[in-house]
Unconditional design. Structure first.
Length: 357
């Protein structure tokens, strides 16, 4: 069984990209903010960037080993790479783009990706989704044993994104190759990958299944990145075994978690209720503010109040008649307020079901 393994360090101007991952025949997403080093990892695996030290292998095939001075050229690595902008040759037809760099027959790929009828067209004549299919077909034309995808949905418009994302997920499941994709969008990561690693400034801060990243974030950044509300504050012991937190905006909150000192107060949008006035309840937190936006997403509605986002049922929003500019109160249980120590640059990766360094 092909297993892609890498334990590498790539020197960069502002920080080192230092990551170790073991990936079998499944899809892993590395997600994080722009400039975190995600694409650098892909380029190192593909042989376009040389790490300062470490090792990269696919099964028994070693592509890079600094200690043994092993360096396999990019064209000798059995890997397919799809660039963020697809990097199609504008002067070549779809057929010639897919066939570039391989002597393998490509007619089956053209049919498989539904681009056979587009074979004579140039990239400028294609839609975003069609260009992505051509780029994927070209990456697979070499019959690679592993696949690397750099922001595969970033260049697509919102209307096309969901359809293409569903198609890509089905394709990746069918291929069953060790696949590493990078994205700055957590929703794309969860839709395409069985496991997600959150990377910040070249380091994995947490690697787990998406549900665990949401329910048990390792640090405040992961909580915020996965859609949770995050309010920095200072914690101290409170009454009745509770912890009292004074946020940076001066709000007083309570949590059943035990902590002291600088913390991030994390609570999920769906744990929030809203009302015109704060209901009396000793175990609830209340934060008032004016409605900034009301955005419908299917049967749910995202209501932005200051720095907080509440996810409410559509009928609740209609019943309250919420409109931007109105003042409301967001409430949530003290037991729903998780406390995480503020991130430390020396914090080690917290990992659930995946293997790492």
């Amino acid at each position: 069984m092909d297993t892609l393994e890498f334990d590498i360090c790539v020197k960069r101007r502002s920080f080192d990209v230092d990551v170790a991952v073991r990936l079998e025949r499944s899809t892993l997403a590395l997600a994080g903010p722009s400039g975190a080093g995600k694409t650098t990892i892909l380029r190192a695996i593909a042989g376009l960037v040389r790490p300062s030290h470490g090792r990269i292998s696919l099964g028994d095939d070693v592509w890079f080993d600094a200690s043994k001075r092993v360096w396999r050229a990019p064209d000798l690595r059995s890997v397919g790479l799809v660039f963020q902008d697809f990097a199609l040759f504008p002067h070549l037809s779809v057929r010639k783009n897919v066939a570039f760099g391989t002597k393998e027959p490509i007619d089956d790929l053209l049919e498989r990706f539904g681009i056979a009828k587009l074979a004579l067209l140039k990239p400028s004549e294609l839609s975003g989704g069609e260009r992505q299919r051509v780029a994927l077909a070209r990456a697979l034309a070499r019959r690679p044993r592993a696949l690397l995808l750099d922001e595969p949905l970033a260049s697509l418009d919102a209307a096309t994104r969901r359809t293409v994302r569903d198609e890509l997920r089905r394709l990746l499941d069918e291929l069953a190759l060790p696949t590493l994709l990078v994205t700055h969008d957590f929703e794309d990561a969860t839709a395409l990958a069985a496991r997600v690693g959150v990377i910040v400034e070249g380091r994995l801060v947490q690697l787990d299944v998406p549900a665990s990243l949401v329910s048990a974030p390792a640090d405040p950044f992961v909580a915020s990145f996965t859609g949770g509300n995050l309010l920095p504050g200072l914690a101290r012991p409170g009454l009745d075994g509770m912890t009292e937190i004074i946020t940076e905006t001066g709000a007083k909150l309570f949590s059943t978690d035990q902590a002291q000192g600088p913390v991030g107060v994390v609570f999920n949008p769906w744990d929030i209720t809203v009302a015109r006035e704060a209901p009396p309840h000793p175990m609830r937190n209340h934060i008032g503010g004016r409605v900034g936006s009301v955005v419908r997403a299917g049967s749910r509605v995202h209501v932005r109040v200051g720095e907080i986002t509440a996810e409410l049922a559509l009928d609740s929003v209609e019943r309250l008649g919420l409109e931007p500019g109105e003042r409301i109160v967001c409430s949530f249980e003290a037991s729903a307020a998780r406390l995480l120590p503020l991130a430390s640059p020396d914090a080690e990766i917290r990992e659930g079901s995946a293997s790492s360094r």
